[in-house]
Write a protein that binds this ligand. Structure first.
Ligand code: NI
Length: 268
């Protein structure tokens, strides 16, 4: 019924308990998940989950926050994009939140890494999983320059764990991206974000956990799990005046459309 469009099952909090996570998912009717890669060093373990379980898929990419890791080349990303069950490039993007004493100008390496991912997504026609924090103007500019959006004939993709303003959401939608909401949407102080969720068209919404982080209310502060994504769906449903079933159905169809996956034969 539900899909978690973004989780990190190879992070230490979850990696040792995959079978328990899968049992929790089944009990919560979370049928499918996209397991996200954040370093090339991590790719093999992310990919192994997608190869082992037919309701997991994998992405390939290097998160903008990761330094001191192998730098992805276009060729390397394209090789990973050709692997079976790899359905997305990312997560990639820009993050100026932790500059650690550097200036935005010093982050040229991050912008170049982002461009390499967009070029890989264009060449492979796999959608992008975008992370942006304190950097939305540059994120949007680079996506325009590199023609990453579906509206420009690019692969499109999703702005994951969306926490930006309505203006940024509009710009991302105009470029042809989907918007994914996480457990942050359930936080008491997230009224502005709930306003954004109210206007993002249902056929452009995804839901995610970003587990093991950002557990939704009532699990806030605990280790997150894909099994908690129904709490995000319920919050989207509430702000849009829909049933949770409608949100589960729409976000599942959106997930299939974006990542070009078949609709499951038995949809509860
Ligand atoms: Ni993530």
């Amino acid at each position: 019924m539900y899909v978690d469009s973004h989780c990190h099952l190879t992070f230490p909090e979850l990696q040792g308990r995959i079978e328990a996570v899968r049992a929790e998912m089944a009990a919560a009717r979370v049928d499918r998940a996209l397991v996200i890669c954040t370093t090339l060093e991590e790719f093999a373990s992310v990919h192994a989950l997608a190869l082992r379980y037919d309701n997991f898929w994998a992405s390939a990419g290097v998160h903008p926050d990761n330094e001191g890791v192998e730098e992805p080349t276009l060729e390397r990303l394209l090789a990973l994009a050709r692997e079976p069950r790899v359905v997305a490039i990312g997560e990639t993007g820009l993050d100026y939140y932790r500059l650690n004493g550097r200036s935005v100008a010093d982050m040229a390496w991050q912008r170049e890494r982002f461009r390499v991912h967009i070029r890989a997504a264009r060449a492979s026609q796999l959608p992008l999983v975008i992370h942006t924090r304190s950097a939305s103007a540059d994120t949007l500019d680079i996506l325009r320059e590199e023609q990453g959006g579906a509206a420009a004939g690019g692969p499109g993709g999703v702005f994951h764990c969306f926490t930006e303003t309505a203006e940024v959401a509009r710009a991302a939608l105009d470029l042809g991206f989907m918007i994914s909401f996480s457990g942050i949407l359930t936080f008491r102080n997230a009224e502005d974000l709930r306003e954004v969720a109210r206007f993002v068209p249902l056929d452009r919404c995804l839901i995610e956990t970003d587990s093991p982080y950002l557990a939704p209310v009532p699990y806030r502060g605990k280790t997150n799990s894909p099994a908690y994504v129904p709490h995000v769906a319920a919050q989207v449903a509430q702000v849009k005046g829909l049933s949770v079933e409608q949100v589960a159905e729409a976000t599942s169809r959106n997930f299939e459309r974006l990542f070009r996956l078949p609709q499951p034969e038995t949809t509860p």
